[in-house]
Design a protein around this ligand. Structure first.
Ligand code: IPE
Ligand code: IPE
Ligand code: MG
Length: 248
C-alpha cells in the first residue's frame, strides 16, 4: 500500500507488536525535578503503568511486561524499597476488579521468595484469580534479574535430571516460559542499557530509548513508541524485510 508512507505518525492497528516490554526508568529524576521525594515519582509511575495497560488493551497488544524491581534495586535505601513494595500491594488491591472485568491476566517473573510473605500471598492470589483471562497478559518483573533467572532455570533443569536441553526447552524453564519473547523494549528516561532485563528473551527485540521519564509516559508517548516500532525493519539475520514488504 503506497499511501502508508503518507500516514507517518499513525499506528497501523494490524501490525502492533505482540509483546512490548517496558523498563520503567526515571521516576526518581522526575520527582527531583519537582523538588519532591523519589517515592512520589514511584507513585505517579504506577499511574503510568495503569495508563499503558489500558492503552495496550485498546491497541490489542497481547502481552506487556514491566520491570518493576530488579535484583540490584535492594541496594537502594530501605525506605524507598519499602515504599515500592507498598505501592505494589496497593495497586493490586485497587486494580483487581478491573483486571477481571477486562479479561486481563496478571503474572510475574523474578524470584518472589525474598519478598514479604503477605505480599507473596497477594501476588499469588492475584495470579490465581486472573489465570484464565486471555485478553491481555500483564507480566511484572519483581526481584527480577536475568542472570538470576537463568541460573535458577539451570538449577531446575539439573534437579529434573535432564542431561541436555535445546533452546526451546531451555526457554520453557525461564520464568517467562509460557509467554512469547518481547518484540519491542522501551526504556524511558534516556538511559540506553538493559540493566539485566530479559537478556535471553530480548535477543532479537527492537530497542527504543525515549527521553521521557516514566511518570510522564502516557498514551501519546506510547503511540509514538508503537509508530517507532512499526518503522523498524526486522530482519532476524535474513535479507527479507517482512515488516516493510507492502510499503515498497
Ligand atoms: C525506576 O525509576 C523505578 C525503579 C527502578 C524501581 P528510578 O527510581 O530508577 O528513577 P531514576 O533513574 O533514579 O530517575
Ligand atoms: C532498572 O532501572 C530497573 C527497573 C526499572 C526496575 P534502574 O534505575 O534500577 O537501573 P540502573 O541502575 O540505572 O541500571
Ligand atoms: Mg533508574
Amino acid at each position: 500500500m503506497l499511501f502508508r508512507k503518507k500516514q507517518k505518525g499513525k499506528i497501523d492497528e494490524s501490525r502492533v507488536p505482540t509483546h512490548v516490554a517496558f523498563i520503567m526508568d526515571g521516576n526518581g529524576r522526575w520527582a527531583k525535578k519537582r523538588a519532591m521525594p523519589r517515592t512520589y515519582g514511584h507513585k505517579v509511575g504506577v499511574d503510568s503503568m495503569g495508563v499503558v495497560i489500558r492503552h495496550a488493551l485498546e491497541l490489542k497488544i497481547k502481552y506487556v511486561s514491566f520491570y518493576a524491581f530488579s535484583t540490584e534495586n535492594w541496594n537502594r535505601p530501605q525506605d524507598e524499597v519499602d515504599e515500592i513494595f507498598r505501592l505494589m500491594a496497593d495497586a493490586i488491591e485497587r486494580r483487581r476488579q478491573w483486571f477481571m472485568d477486562n479479561n486481563v491476566r496478571f503474572m510475574t517473573i523474578g524470584d518472589l521468595s525474598r519478598l514479604d510473605k503477605k505480599l507473596q500471598e497477594k501476588l499469588k492470589d492475584f495470579k490465581e484469580a486472573t489465570k484464565n483471562n486471555n485478553g491481555l497478559t500483564v507480566n511484572v518483573a519483581i526481584n527480577y534479574g536475568s542472570r538470576n533467572e537463568i541460573v535458577r532455570a539451570v538449577n531446575k533443569i539439573i534437579s529434573d535430571g535432564l542431561k541436555s536441553v535445546d533452546e526451546k526447552t531451555f526457554a520453557k524453564y525461564l520464568d517467562s516460559g509460557e509467554i512469547p519473547d518481547p518484540d519491542f523494549v522501551v526504556r524511558t528516561s534516556g538511559e540506553q542499557r538493559l540493566s539485566n532485563f530479559m537478556l535471553y528473551q530480548n535477543a532479537y527485540a527492537e530497542l527504543y530509548f525515549p527521553k521521557t521519564y516514566w511518570p510522564d509516559f502516557r498514551e501519546k508517548e506510547m503511540d509514538e513508541a508503537i509508530v517507532e516500532f512499526q518503522s523498524r525493519d526486522r530482519k532476524f539475520g535474513a535479507i527479507k524485510t517482512p515488516m516493510k514488504k507492502d510499503s515498497k
